[in-house]
Design a protein around this ligand. Structure first.
Ligand code: 5GP
Length: 192
């Protein structure tokens, strides 16, 4: 069912979120990704890595669509500096994996790839730990924002160059709880 634009007054502005990818579309695509990942890794031991915090809802839904007895899960935290709606590419690890991954098949689960700088940093960092393989699964890809080429093995949706929130993606730590992805625009409050 199509949802209406969500309008919230916050800090003297109107924040308008217009649905772009519905909950049904997200779940259908995640089912397809889970089937593809299950087939590609059949018989292998895989460590699925959630990149906190944005990928949490996607990660939770995706792992339940992966049928691999050898699947284990871990997470790491990244912080990137920049404005609230543009990434700077300066990334730092805020929390690390709980176990070594040498010799393991790593599947990194990301919320969105925009400039590619975050994934580039993560790949370089993970490669030093000598896993057997590394693949990237991102829910969203914004090709128009690309500054570096990064290999993406699984992509949920390719989207236009707009700022999106919901389903894990935030604006100032808000809107992560939405069950859909929406584009976010700001408007001035009407004059009294
Ligand atoms: P990249 O390093 O590829 O430019 O961006 C990766 C990170 O920037 C994402 O993990 C996410 O935290 C943030 N980001 C990029 N585009 C968007 C967007 O449209 N909405 C939100 N909420 N975050 C974004």
């Amino acid at each position: 069912m199509a949802q209406d634009t969500l309008v919230t007054e916050y800090n003297g502005k109107l924040e308008c979120i217009t649905p772009m990818i519905t909950e049904e579309q997200l779940q259908a695509r995640i089912k397809e990704l889970g089937a593809q990942i299950s087939a590609d890794y059949a018989g292998k031991e895989v460590v699925a890595v959630a990149v906190l915090k944005g990928s949490v809802p996607f990660f939770a839904d995706l792992i339940r669509q992966i049928e691999l007895p050898g699947l284990s899960c871990d997470c790491l935290g990244l912080a990137s500096y920049g404005s609230r709606t543009e990434s700077s590419g300066v990334v730092r690890l805020t929390s690390d994996l709980s176990r070594p991954v040498a010799g393991k098949h790593l599947l990194i689960i990301e919320d969105i790839v925009d400039t590619g700088l975050t994934i580039q940093y993560l790949l370089q960092n993970m490669e030093t730990r000598q896993p057997e393989s590394i693949r990237i699964c991102t829910l969203l890809h914004k090709p128009a924002g690309e500054r570096v080429k990064v290999p993406m093995d699984y992509v949920g949706f390719t989207i236009a160059n707009e700022f999106v929130v919901g389903y894990g993606l935030d604006y100032d730590e808000r809107y992560r709880q939405l069950s859909y992805i929406g584009t976010m625009k700001f408007k001035d409050l009407p004059e009294e």
